[in-house]
Design a protein around this ligand. Structure first.
Ligand code: SF4
Ligand code: MG
Length: 319
């Protein structure tokens, strides 16, 4: 069967000016030759530190940005070649939930108007819209009384529920959730994750779930991809990735995830240095400046993402 989403060798380079008088033109390689697919009904977690290109990948999928190179397919149709008008129509099928429900909800709009916005864009009539707003508020665990209130009258968790209601309004097939719980208290995080899981079952949704650490995506993902400096360095189904991580970067991220059973505790792997600038990435394996296992060869030769076992992809010379 055709995957819902297919991303093929996608690159996104942002031009930046450098040097005296900004004459030298260079590029930030925000997304650098990324390929993956998402099957219908599944959740793909995409994890990495800030600046690794995970949000840019999400925005490329939403067609909020144009790709520099490569193709993105949605239900087998290439969306990277659509014109603005076609994209507007196609966008009904994919919606986004944002990290900061404070910033992403217009403070001057009542909740009903916030949820109404996508319904108006996609041509729902007024009576349908009113019913839909009520229905959606209930679906996300709020109720019809909340329709006439403003965002500031809600808690962070409730605001994220409003953001989710807005994303669901036009019955999308794919939801791109960009760190949807990162700004919330830990106790609220699991409520929102459970809500997203319930909604996925109820409405047959497919998720791309973006997060900066591996603990958040474990609960919700079927498969997980790990990004570093614009590239996917490891991709596997969830069980495999958490039990048998192969890439040194994945291992270090996992070593930071708290485990309830102390017997299963991993030794913490602390990486040296900071993430290099994506406008001037290291040669060879871009992780070599921080990798505890780096060799001379790693500095020269870039490893390719290779399949090491069924559905498990890793880019490291030592694997
Ligand atoms: Fe580390 Fe070398 Fe593997 Fe890169 S290729 S992750 S530097 S061991
Ligand atoms: Mg981000």
């Amino acid at each position: 069967t055709t995957p819902l989403v297919e991303v093929k060798n996608v690159k996104k380079y942002f031009p930046v000016k450098k040097g005296i008088l900004g004459r030298k033109k260079t590029f930030v390689k925000a997304v650098d030759d990324v390929s993956f697919m998402i099957n219908k009904g599944e959740t793909l977690g995409l994890v990495g530190e800030s600046g690794c290109g995970k949000s840019t990948t999400g925005r490329l999928l939403m067609s909020l940005l144009n790709v520099t190179e490569g193709q993105i397919y949605f239900e087998g149709n290439e969306i990277t070649s659509l014109n603005d008008n076609q994209i507007r129509k196609a966008r009904k099928d994919f919606q986004m939930i944002f990290q900061d429900p404070y910033a992403s909800l217009n403070p001057r709009m009542m909740v009903k108007d916030i949820i109404n916005e996508p319904l108006i864009v996609h041509g729902y009539n007024q009576k349908d819209r009113m019913n839909r707003v009520k229905e959606l508020l209930e679906v996300v665990g709020l109720n019809a009384f909340h329709a006439d209130r403003y965002p500031h009258q809600f808690s962070g968790g409730q605001r994220q529920r409003i953001g989710i209601a807005r994303a669901l309004a036009v019955n999308p097939k794919l939801i791109i959730a960009d760190e949807p719980v990162s700004a919330l208290d830990v106790s609220i995080q699991s409520q929102i994750l459970n809500l997203l899981k319930d909604l996925q079952k109820k409405f047959d949704l497919t998720y791309l779930f973006i997060a900066h650490d591996l603990s958040v995506v474990e609960h919700i993902s079927d498969r997980v991809g790990v990004m570093y400096l614009g590239k996917i360095v490891e991709l596997a189904d969830k069980k495999t990735l958490y039990k048998d991580p192969q890439h040194p970067y994945t291992k270090s991220l996992l070593s930071a995830v708290p485990v309830p059973d102390p017997k299963l505790k991993r030794d913490r792997i602390i990486l040296k240095g900071d993430i290099p600038s994506p406008s001037n990435p290291p040669s060879g394996c871009t992780f070599h400046t921080r990798c505890p296992l780096a060799t001379e060869f790693c500095k020269q030769e870039e490893p390719k993402l290779r399949q090491t076992s069924d559905g498990h992809y890793v880019s490291c010379h030592l694997v």
